[in-house]
Design a protein around this ligand. Structure first.
Ligand SMILES: [Zn+2]
Length: 54
């Protein structure tokens, strides 16, 4: 099992990909994506319900 690294989008330092946030600047790597997906799902669910209701 090899150690993978990814680059922080904020400070551009490399850190291990098993970190959920950048240890250099503290920026969370996954939060933005998760929130975007959650928001998109909520909106799409709302509109599909709306379309059926009316
Ligand atoms: Zn960083």
């Amino acid at each position: 099992m090899s150690i993978q690294y990814k680059t922080c989008k904020n400070c551009e330092n490399d850190f291990r990909s098993n970190f959920d946030f950048c240890p250099h600047c503290g920026m969370k790597d996954k939060e933005g994506l998760t929130l975007t997906v959650l928001f998109y799902n909520t909106v799409s669910n709302y509109f599909s319900f709306d379309a059926r209701f009316f």
